[in-house]
Design a protein around this ligand. Structure first.
Ligand SMILES: Nc1ncnc2c1ncn2[C@@H]1O[C@H](COP(=O)(O)OP(=O)(O)OP(=O)(O)O)[C@@H](O)[C@H]1O
Ligand SMILES: [Mg+2]
Length: 374
């Protein structure tokens, strides 16, 4: 499922300027992926809006069958979004709970629409909070039927449509099992980018809780690769000053850390375990690149920064690397090596001098003051 992509620098500038007025899609990366005729927008606008431009209450979906258009349309709070028609356009993906299609605003900006059984969620629901923190959740709407309908093997009285930031590329699992063979170098870059994506989530205190190749969207253009995390259905926010959180057993068999099954405990370490399992099962990397991530003892698992450095080290040993990849390696070393030195230095300093646990905050502050002294 190859999707078209438009991204040139000039367009990007005017897109941003235009989107300053469109809070629904704050940082669009892709535009006009669906071919929606002007007539379809006219029909949709008159369906959802009164002649005075007011929204018609309680209308959520305009069906293509009833209105003889090529696309159905959805109404979110202040935005009408056209929905891809699976008979003429490819769907983005299908999981066990839902279907994900491309959506398009009248301005041409695209998003992803996840369709599931259920009602619009409150802002206080954990997954919604997580997605908002990651600027991934754009809006949500739902509609209720008069009688139950079958959806994904279940009977439901309502369907929920969640508008999400559209990630560019293909599902990593599909890419790995597809006909285009990925080189070892490309797999190493994918592993680095996936670790970085997870690190970014962890920095915002998000535990993904379902890391696997099926929940990553990857765009590959030779060695220029992007990886984005999707599917935050199981995700949770780890409160400040907490190292773990309890919840029910969830995740995907084969990627779940042992402590989830035994104690229903989640942490950044449980995501690291799942990422290690993904390196092993999905990417087929050699064991020295993931075995330390699969340690039974959560705290003995290799950190994401160390994982990235190990992968960079392995990448730099590959023959015939192109200039862009060599530059990427240098950039990554600059970005992560200093952090690693800093942390290793601090843990050594602690081992040598610490007496009581209560001294640690003061020692940390002394150490970093010393480290950063002019
Ligand atoms: N924002 C997005 N941008 C692009 N593609 C996406 C996006 N979100 C999801 N997808 C694609 O749709 C697929 C299904 O989405 P998702 O994983 O959220 O559904 P699910 O039903 O919760 O899946 P699961 O079976 O893992 O529980 C993903 O694997 C991915 O390929
Ligand atoms: Mg999924």
């Amino acid at each position: 499922m190859k999707r078209g992509a438009t991204s040139d620098l000039e367009k990007g500038t005017c897109k941003r300027a235009k989107n300053a007025q469109n809070p629904f899609i704050p940082e669009p990366k892709q535009k006009n992926l669906l071919n929606i005729a002007t007539r379809e927008w006219e029909v949709a606008n008159s369906y959802f809006k009164t002649p005075q431009g007011e929204w018609r209450a309680r209308r959520t979906k305009m069906s293509k069958k009833l209105h003889k258009t090529n696309h159905s349309f959805l109404k979110f709070d202040e935005e009408i979004i056209a929905l891809a028609n699976r008979n003429i356009e490819k769907i983005l993906g299908e999981g066990s709970f839902g279907l994900v299609k491309i959506g398009q605003a009248e301005s041409g900006e695209n998003c992803a629409i996840k369709i599931e059984a259920g009602k619009k969620r409150e802002e206080s629901v954990e997954e919604v909070k997580v997605m908002k923190r990651l600027k991934y959740h754009l809006g949500e709407t739902s509609r209720t039927f008069n009688k139950e309908k079958e959806f994904k093997g279940e009977q439901t009285k309502s369907k929920r449509y969640t508008a999400l930031k559209l990630c560019k590329g293909e599902e990593l699992e599909a890419l790995l099992s597809g006909k285009d063979h990925l080189s070892y170098t490309q797999k190493l870059i994918i592993a680095i980018k996936a670790s970085e994506a997870l690190l970014e989530a962890h920095k915002l205190r998000v535990i993904h809780a379902d890391i696997k190749a099926k929940n990553m969207v990857t765009d590959v253009n030779a060695n220029e690769i992007t990886v984005e995390l999707v599917d935050f259905d199981f995700s949770m926010l780890l409160p400040e000053h907490r190292e773990h959180i309890y919840d029910g057993v969830k995740g995907t068999k084969g990627y779940m850390a042992p402590e989830i099954k035994e104690d229903k405990v989640f942490s950044f370490y449980t995501d690291i375990f799942a990422l290690g399992a993904m390196f092993k099962k999905d990417l087929g990397l050699p064991d020295f690149l993931y075995e330390h991530m699969l340690h039974d003892e959560p705290k003995k698992r290799c950190s994401l920064i160390e994982t990235i450095m190990n992968l960079i080290n392995e990448l730099s040993k590959q023959p015939h690397l192109d200039i862009a990849t060599l530059e990427f390696i240098e950039m990554m070393k600059l970005k992560y090596e200093s952090k690693k030195v800093l942390l290793t230095g601090f843990s050594y300093y602690m081992q040598q001098t610490v007496n009581t646990l209560t001294e640690i905050p003061k020692m940390a502050s002394d150490y970093f003051k010393y480290y950063f002294k002019p």
